[in-house]
Design a protein around this ligand. Structure first.
Ligand code: NDP
Length: 237
């Protein structure tokens, strides 16, 4: 029997990178896993076949679609919101529509998904959002919208932990530092700069983040809520 045997787990944004590692972890621990994707249909279908999970098309920039997907798959034992994007460049030159889409994916979707999941979530349920160490520290220019969006998740966790705590539902944010994914490959041009900020001079692995998420969702973490959990090789230290 796995730790999450029979538990219903929904991961928003599970087709690639950290999300895919979370799908694999919960599937191998026995959960009934569903996950969403938007742009990566083939990767999503292959991952579903590999793990025995189910892939659902839901664009996280569409608030009503996110709410509908959460509602249709409730009651959930665990909701994980991983989908997130970065838009990098000169703030004075950026298209405000592109920035607002980032806010819809990175802020609005986690909030509305969390609230919708909590409507039917049983006692002991878990809500886990993937933030970033950039919610605490932004050491380079050109990423203010991303940093803002990840800082906003800290308020989400603090506030919703108060709303749902009386029902034994925990709300937490996992804050990775550089993790080796398509969005931030270890062999990318920013590698040396990023590693210069860190005590452990390598990118983290998606599986390491999935391990922290699994602990937060598991039976030992029922007293952990309203908190940020940084996994960053001391990027933010
Ligand atoms: P990737 O770009 O490798 O993967 C992003 C995942 O999010 C994909 O599965 C993608 O699905 C999904 N996604 C993106 N936009 C949407 C959307 N509109 N609707 C539904 N799903 C969407 O990113 P990472 O794995 O690196 O990042 C995952 C999370 O971790 C993000 O929230 C990111 O901010 C955070 N993070 C990452 C760090 C890193 O260094 N990698 C560091 C700190 C935080 P699809 O392709 O199907 O659209």
């Amino acid at each position: 029997m796995g730790v999450f045997e029979g538990r219903k787990v929904l991961i928003l944004g599970g087709s690639r990178g950290i999300g895919a590692a979370i799908v694999r972890r919960f599937s191998s621990d026995g959960a009934k896993v569903k996950f969403t994707y938007a742009g990566s249909k083939d990767a999503a279908e292959n991952l579903a076949d590999e793990t025995g999970s189910s892939a659902i098309f839901t664009d996280s920039s569409d608030r009503d679609a996110v709410i509908t997907t959460v509602r249709d798959n409730s009651p959930l034992d665990v909701l994980i919101v991983n989908a997130g994007i970065g838009v990098f460049g000169d703030a004075l030159e950026q298209d405000p529509d592109v920035i607002d889409r980032l806010f819809r994916i990175n802020i609005h979707a986690p909030y509305h998904a969390s609230v919708e999941a909590a409507r039917q979530m049983p006692e002991g349920g878990r809500i886990i959002i993937i933030g970033s160490v950039n919610g605490d520290r932004m050491p380079v220019p050109g990423m203010a919208s991303y940093a803002l969006s990840k800082s906003a998740l800290q308020g989400l966790a603090r506030g919703l932990s108060r709303d749902f705590g009386p029902r034994g539902i925990t709300v937490n944010v996992v804050q990775p530092g550089p993790i080796d994914t398509d969005a931030n490959p270890e062999n990318g041009p920013m590698k040396d700069l990023m590693h210069s900020f860190m005590a452990i001079k390598r990118h983290g692995r998606p599986e390491e983040v999935a391990g922290m998420v699994a602990w937060l969702a598991g039976p030992e973490a029922g007293f952990v809520t309203g908190a940020m959990h940084t996994i960053d090789g001391a990027f933010g230290a």
